[in-house]
Design a protein around this ligand. Structure first.
Ligand code: ADP
Length: 859
């Protein structure tokens, strides 16, 4: 139930009946004017006193005290009373009013003039209605109301609870301090409320904190309930919104002022009734070139030079487009006419409408528009020349624009249909479509850049290559996608051609039998072909970037420098033959050709070295030289041979002829015998010489025929022949033949060799030596046969030793001979891949060692 508040006070004020507000212990709290009218007593005289005390003097009889009845029954009660003074009968009514906790708060006690019983009944009914009205008033009243005593809440209504967000139980009995933002504010408010209640002002404003910590602005009105116990009736009004509105208003005013005066855009405020300029900001003063005083004396028509009709047209146009945007021509103070764009809108000052105009100079823009038009024309031309089409796409509206050239690139007549992004993708060749669509979708989503190269299939099935670019642009806070499509078919064709050519070039280079090295201007390798890899064993990846001198460290720098210099001077030069040693130790011969490398513009950009391997040719050359040398030797030998043969054959013949001739005129038998012996010697000499020559000729003619050689037989045969000579008889001979296996060789040649070597050992004996000897030592194994023949004969002087194997060379004339024996021996040893060596010391003797391979198991 409800209790007391200001409205209760108003109510009793408004009531026609004398009415009291009485406390539960029957003390009069308030009275209305009617009580004064009835009793002639003022409020101050009555309030604070007990009801009985006051009424005792007023009422003659009180058969049933309605106060007691209503207190006991907790409901309104009424009885008839007779007033002392007038004897008039009244109806006394008591209505108990309860607070929220169900406690009796006070009584409303009133008198009603009772005319008749019917009226009494009616009054009772009205009383009930009134009571209900009060009740509903309290609940429906849209402000928070309550009673506060000593700043402690005694009563509050539902709205108050709603306002502060607390339940009634949380409020009643509690100091109001909890609603304030600080203790200081609470204290200050106490002072303000005290002043207010005595002054009867418009109320006091303060800020409260609600249960959920919201700050609210409240307007509090108070009036005393009881001055003595410091109790007030209060009402609160939530003024937060109006406060906010007030603040916003202040802000927007300040904002407007700062926008207007501080703006860099010229602004005018025009009185639409008079066309006078009411206000102008600094930017406008600067723009038009007037002082503020001058400006405010002007009519807008003095600035706007368009005819009234034109202005009207412009206005109509703007209205049709529902825009406050106009295009005018304005005159500046210096007489210049400018194109301006004016944004206009209504503003209200002091409740009077004005027109705010924002002026933007578009003269430059106008000029630019003309230029832009030119630019657009030349862009179309340029697109045509560059074969570049362009498009734009607004994802919000779905609008798509294609340039005329884009239509042409895709194989259509310009503007022959309404372009869409789909049409663009439809044109893409099926093989490229999926990828193109995918990357384009990513581009739309991520708003990045887009580039791709695709094929376009035109309606006539012709395929063209295009390069696509895309970009997103932020235009007026809206994303627009734009892009270009460039026809690169020609370039592609050229690229393919170049690719083909370079493939061909590469395959030629790599398949060349010559090594090819291409150097840049710093003589660093930029190409190293397959052949070079084979030749050097170095891979292209190892050498590209290497310096020529590091690559061929053994090449003489000066020589190479000269070649390179000449190549840079546009000459083709060839190197000397170069011996190159590979990492595996193999030696190879090359020669290199250096020539300048030209760029496509004809500039020398490096050097090309072509390397040809000439190892085989070089080998052939060496063989040739060798053969030439051999031939030369053979020729010399032949000359020598012919001379010798003619000499050595003719000498014994002529001496024999001479002896025959003188024998004819000789009669002495003794002399004739001597001549005959001399003749015999000459002929023996001739015979031996012919034999030697025959041996020589056999050796060079007859092939080596291996057979088991009866070494002992051969030696014995030789010795038997030699032993026949008387000068050999005193020579001691030893023979040691160690043979562990058969010795296979060429019998004829072994005979020639042994015959000559052993004969020489006998022939060149020292006749003065007391114990001349000849030692023969043979050692035969599976591999070879070693033949040593040594004597203690006259020996060979060192200066002759290296020549004794030459044809017809004789180291001494002390013994007969033609000097061909050792030559034939050496020839035979060579023929059988053997070796011969000789050690000799003059007057001490000689030792000949011959090694011949055992051909027992020929390969
Ligand atoms: P010749 O027909 O003169 O024997 P050779 O070719 O057999 O020719 O020998 C060449 C020369 O080598 C001989 O003239 C001789 O001076 C020297 N010579 C060869 N064998 C011996 C040897 N065992 N002791 C000393 N000198 C020798």
């Amino acid at each position: 139930m409800i209790s007391n508040d200001t409205h209760a006070l108003w109510l009793i004020k408004a009531l026609d009946e004398p009415t009291f507000i009485i406390s539960p212990d029957f003390v009069i709290l308030h009275i209305n004017q009617k009580v004064f009218d009835l009793t002639g007593r003022k409020g101050e005289e009555i309030t604070g006193k007990t009801f009985q005390e006051v009424l005792g003097g007023l009422i003659r009889t009180i058969p049933d005290d309605p106060l007691l009845i209503s207190k006991a029954s907790k409901s309104p009660a009424a009885t008839r009373v007779v007033l002392q003074d007038t004897g008039k009968e009244w109806l006394a009514k008591s209505t108990p009013v309860y607070d929220e906790s169900g406690e009796l708060a006070y009584f409303l006690y009133s008198f009603r003039d009772m005319v008749n019983p019917e009226q009494f009944q009616n009054t009772l009914r009205l009383l009930h209605e009134k009571e209900n009205l009060i009740d509903s008033l309290y609940t429906t009243i849209p402000t928070g109301v309550g009673i506060i005593r000593d700043r402690i809440f005694r009563l509050v209504n539902d709205h108050f609870c709603l306002l502060v967000g607390y339940d009634r139980e949380e409020i009643i009995g509690r100091s109001s301090e909890f609603l304030y933002l600080s203790h200081e504010e609470f204290l200050e408010m106490g002072v303000r409320i005290y002043r207010e209640v005595n002054r009867k002002g418009k109320g006091v404003e303060t800020m409260w904190k609600t249960k959920n910590n919201k700050i609210i602005h409240v307007l509090i009105q108070v009036s005393y309930l009881n001055r003595e116990d410091n109790s007030y009736i209060f009402s609160t009004l939530d003024i937060t919104r109006s406060k906010q509105y007030e603040r916003k208003l202040k802000e927007s005013e300040a904002r407007y002022k700062s926008i207007f005066y501080d703006s860099s855009a010229p602004m005018l405020i025009i009185d639409p009734e008079t066309d006078e300029i009411f206000d102008a900001n600094n930017a406008a003063l600067r723009y038009y070139g007037y002082t503020k005083e001058q400006m405010l004396c002007l009519h807008i028509n003095e600035i706007n030079i368009m005819s009234v009709e034109d202005i009207k047209n412009e206005m109509t146009k703007a209205r049709e487009h529902r825009k406050f945007l106009f295009y005018f021509k304005h005159r500046l103070s210096n007489g210049q006419i400018r194109d301006v764009e004016v944004h206009s809108g209504p503003v209200v000052f002091n409740e009077k409408p004005y027109l705010l105009s924002i002026i933007q100079d578009i003269s430059v823009q106008k000029q630019q528009e003309v230029e832009l038009q030119d630019l657009a024309t030349s862009l179309i031309k340029a697109q045509e020349i560059a074969r570049l089409g362009s498009w734009a796409y607004d994802p919000e509206t779905g609008d798509v624009v294609w340039s005329a050239e884009l239509f042409k690139i895709l194989g259509y007549d310009p503007n022959s249909f309404q372009p869409t992004m789909q049409r663009l993708f439809d044109a893409v060749h099926p093989a490229d479509k999926e990828e193109a669509v995918r990357s384009f979708e990513t581009f739309l989503k991520e708003k990045t850049r887009y580039t791709s190269e695709v094929r376009i299939e035109r309606p006539d099935n012709q395929v063209v290559y295009v390069q696509c670019f895309g970009e997103s642009m932020d235009r007026d806070q809206k994303i627009i996608f734009t892009g270009a499509v460039l026809d690169i078919t020609e370039r592609k064709k050229a690229e393919f051609e170049i690719e083909e050519k370079s493939l061909f070039f590469n395959s030629v280079i790599s398949n060349l039998q010559e090594g090819v090295i291409v150097y840049d201007m710093d003589m660093k390798v930029i190409l190293w072909n397959k052949r070079m890899e084979e030749v050097t064993g170095k891979r292209s990846s190892e050498v590209v970037g290497c310096d020529v001198y590091n690559l061929f460290p053994h090449v003489q720098k000066e020589g190479l420098d000269k070649l390179i210099e000449k190549a840079f001077q546009n000459e083709i030069v060839v190197s000397h033959d170069i011996l190159y040693e590979r990492d595996n130790g193999e030696s190879m011969w090359y020669y290199a050709t250096f020539s300048p490398n030209y760029s496509s513009k004809g500039k020398i950009v490096g050097v090309i070295e072509v390397v040809a391997e000439i190892t085989d040719r070089k080998k052939a050359e060496f063989k040739e030289i060798e053969r030439n040398e051999e031939l030369f030797k053979a020729n010399t030998e032949l000359d020598n041979f012919v001379y010798r043969v003619s000499h050595d054959l003719r000498a014994p013949i002529s001496s024999s002829l001479g002896l025959s001739r003188i024998s004819l005129s000789e009669n002495s038998v003794e002399v004739l015998h001597r001549y005959a012996r001399l003749q015999e010697k000459s002929l023996e000499k001739l015979d031996r010489f012919i034999k030697d020559i025959l041996d020589y000729s056999r050796n060079s003619r007859i092939e080596v025929i291996p057979q088991n050689i009866p070494l002992k037989d051969i030696v014995e045969n030789v010795l038997e022949q030699l032993n026949k000579l008387p000068e050999n008889q005193r020579i001691q001979i030893t023979m040691d033949i160690q043979q562990e296996c058969p010795f296979y060789s060429d019998k004829l040649r072994v005979e020639i060799i042994l015959n000559n070597i052993i004969s020489n050992a006998f022939k060149f004996q020292n006749v003065y030596h007391e114990d001349p000897y000849v030692n023969i030592f043979f050692k035969i194994d599976e591999k070879q046969g070693q033949f040593i023949v040594e004597d203690n004969g006259i020996g060979i002087a060192p200066e002759h030793q290296h020549k004794v194997f030459d044809m017809f060379y004789r180291a001494t004339a002390a013994r007969p001979g033609s000097g061909i024996g050792l030559y034939i021996v050496q020839d035979c040893v060579k023929k059988m891949n053997g070796e011969i060596s000789m050690e000799s010391k003059i007057n001490y003797g000689s030792r000949f060692t011959i090694i011949l391979p055992n051909l027992l198991k020929p390969d």
